[in-house]
Design a protein around this ligand. Structure first.
Ligand SMILES: Cc1ncc(COP(=O)(O)O)c(C=O)c1O
Length: 383
């Protein structure tokens, strides 16, 4: 017995293996300072939870259109027009099972076997596997060097006649990098000149502390060549609900519709009613959360620098990505050592691509007490 050949090339998330080790330690009664996660520090707001109960009480439990319920798609289109400054109508929106599903559907929609896909590295780990699953080749563009020498030069350097698309994530996981408007314009100009598709990932759009979030699809000439993936996971603390959406024009929207129809046949109906409630969250509430994240970021990054783990202040998302080569050159060894000796759980940078080596990822989406206790534990081991 064997699985389909295209799956043999696809890895299984290293992050899951770390999560398992943490569970083992906890089961053995050892406290773990958990910085390895990728979830909001707060719980799903009450109003959203109530909305799912109401949907159930009202028997909104039957099949919905596979692309999503109309009021939700309309609310999303309004948000895209006002917040993301995109020229997007209801017909350009499809509801997906989280941001991961939006991206999976996008890669399957755009990529053919043998295509090249440019992706800035370090990158969110599953992207490489999703591209491989589409039988295309992920081609890494080192982000730091590219930003230093100019994105156009870097994209030109790594592109080939087989290049079909660029994965463009801002704010970035794991580095917290936020691409500037000028950088977005450079990537857009390159995509237009080379007739490439951009698959944009804006999972952390509401978590920008310095600078601005620019949706690349809002730039002139980009709406028709961009598929953008969004998620309710991060902004509204809905990771387990599995709800997100993709935005695209034709012919890509028809591709996405087929992908969603024949994979999940849509997001669970009660969840979509809760998502509609989430979309009505006042901006002030989102801004207040952002300030809480900012305080956590400042506390952790200051502590890491004091320990000699050099770390720039990341302008977006909720991760710090300090350099740890002074502990060991192999980031897997560093993460193991931090977990065993300090009970501090992090993710080795190398799982985010070769360009992540020499770093580990800390999430600061944890309580201030966890940050204090984690830093104290690190001080005992490193200090
Ligand atoms: C960069 C990035 N994109 C997309 C996602 C997708 O999240 P979800 O599938 O929970 O919506 C994540 C989650 O960690 C992420 O870090």
């Amino acid at each position: 017995m064997r699985v389909a050949k295209r799956l043999e090339e696809v890895g299984f998330s290293d992050i899951v293996q770390i999560r398992n080790k943490v569970m083992e330690l906890r089961a053995a009664g050892k406290p773990v300072h958990a910085f390895h996660g990728g979830e909001p520090f707060f719980e799903t707001p009450e109003t959203i939870k109530y909305a799912v109960l109401k949907a159930l009480a009202e028997n909104r439990t039957r099949y919905a259109p596979s692309s999503g319920i109309d009021p939700l798609r309309r609310a999303i289109a309004r948000k895209l027009q006002t917040q993301n400054r995109m020229d997007a109508g209801v017909e350009d929106v499809i509801v997906t099972a989280g941001g991961a599903h939006a991206l999976y559907a996008a890669f399957q929609t755009v990529l053919d076997p043998g295509d090249d896909m440019l992706l800035f590295s370090p990158y969110w780990t599953p992207i490489r596997d999703m591209v491989t699953m589409a039988q295309a080749r992920p081609v890494m563009v080192p982000t730091a060097t590219a930003r230093r020498n100019g994105l156009t030069t870097a994209l030109e350097h790594y592109s080939t006649p087989a290049t079909r698309a660029i994965y463009y994530n801002t704010p970035q996981n794991p580095s917290g990098v936020v691409f500037s408007r000028r950088e977005a314009e450079e990537v857009a100009a390159f995509a237009i000149r080379r007739d490439l598709v951009v698959i944009a990932d804006e999972a952390y759009e509401d978590l920008v502390y310095e600078g601005e979030h620019v949706s690349i699809a809002s730039l002139p000439g980009m709406a028709e060549r961009t598929i953008t993936g969004y998620t309710l996971s991060k902004t509204y603390a809905m990771t387990g609900w599995r709800c997100g959406y993709a935005v695209a024009k034709e012919p890509f929207m028809s591709g996405l519709r087929k992908m969603v129809l024949y994979s999940t046949n849509g997001v669970s109906t009660p969840t979509q009613w809760a998502a509609l409630e989430a979309m009505a969250t006042p901006h002030s509430a989102i801004e207040a959360r952002r300030e809480e994240y900012r305080e956590r970021r400042n506390k952790l990054v200051q502590g890491l620098n004091e320990l000699g783990l050099e770390c720039e202040l990341p302008p977006g998302a909720f991760y710090a990505f300090p350099a740890v080569r002074k502990i060991h050159k192999d980031s897997r060894r560093v993460a193991e050592m931090l977990l065993e000796k300090a009970h501090v759980a992090t993710i080795p940078g190398v799982v985010f691509g070769a360009q992540g080596e020499g770093h580990v990822r800390f999430s600061y989406s944890v309580s201030p007490e966890t940050i204090d206790a984690g830093l104290e534990a690190l001080r005992k081991v490193l200090g």
